[in-house]
Design a protein around this ligand. Sequence first.
Ligand SMILES: [Zn+2]
Ligand SMILES: [Zn+2]
Length: 340
Amino acid sequence: MQFRGSEVAIAPAVQNKLLRAQVISIEQLITLNERELRSLPNIGPAAVSSILAALAESGLSLAADPYEEYECARHSDLARDAELRSYFLCGSCRDAYVQLALGDRSPQWVSGERVEGYCGHCNELREVRLSQWFLCGTCDRVIRSVGRGLASAKFVTSLWADMFRGMPELSLREIDPVRLRPQVRRSDVNRVATADFVADDMSGSALLGIELKTGRSALPEGGIGKPMSKFQLDTTDCDDIRAAAATLNVPVFLLHAQVIGRAHAPTERYEGVGLWFARPWDMVEHLEAVRRRPRETRDAAYFKTAMFRPFAEFPAYVNDAFRADLESMRRDGFPILYRR
Ligand SMILES: [Zn+2]
Ligand SMILES: [Zn+2]
């Protein structure tokens, strides 16, 4: 038997492979899509690319795959779990999504219907529209976490102003705001470890730093719902906290904010309902384990939640015990936060 379609320059060895796989002509070949071609016996990646090249030379191509993977708008690659993800956004936040994170070449669909509701990014009550992009699961989580993080930073700023009303000499300044950004690999960035906030004293110099983590769950003593049983923090985050403390030359405290969603149908509003702090000196003694996170390549440190105190106790701590901790840092350095 001979492969029919000699006008297309497919190498004889590859033609034989096609014949053995019951593909006997060019006409039959181009009814297949690339996924189907790859699934044929004995057709490996090299054969596929030589077939594609030979077809292209003759102005032909394989069939389109009706089940082709979608390209994730954020990490710009095909992904099996990329699917239409929906966000209610105000006009300026939709522009920010496009300009800062998703690019304007990715398919975007925006509903004609205008809804009075909470923007999923700025968390303001505005005229919003349902906006959709193809995103993979990871990028969808990252993008959504930015909106929650913005709400969390506002929550902390306003709670701080309330709690430290009697101590106006200690003012909070956000130095590493949460923001949308395109996907970047960790190794691509010259990361400068810095805290999310610093508290300045009267002279304007930093007295302490704050690293803010945000989640849906409560910790013991406060918040809404059942407290989480352990607190997990990536070891790289622990390393960043130490590096930030070294850069700023002041202690950096870990804060956990509980931010939950409340329905304002069809939208959702983020609301901060709990805030806790951990003294860095208390962390390592509450360490339970350092383990690889499930289904990921990152290590996490697991802490007992008893290392956290309600944030309402923070002003008293800063007034009473902080000076001694600061001196101990000047003397012995910033404490280690975990050990393997
Ligand atoms: Zn907005
Ligand atoms: Zn992605």
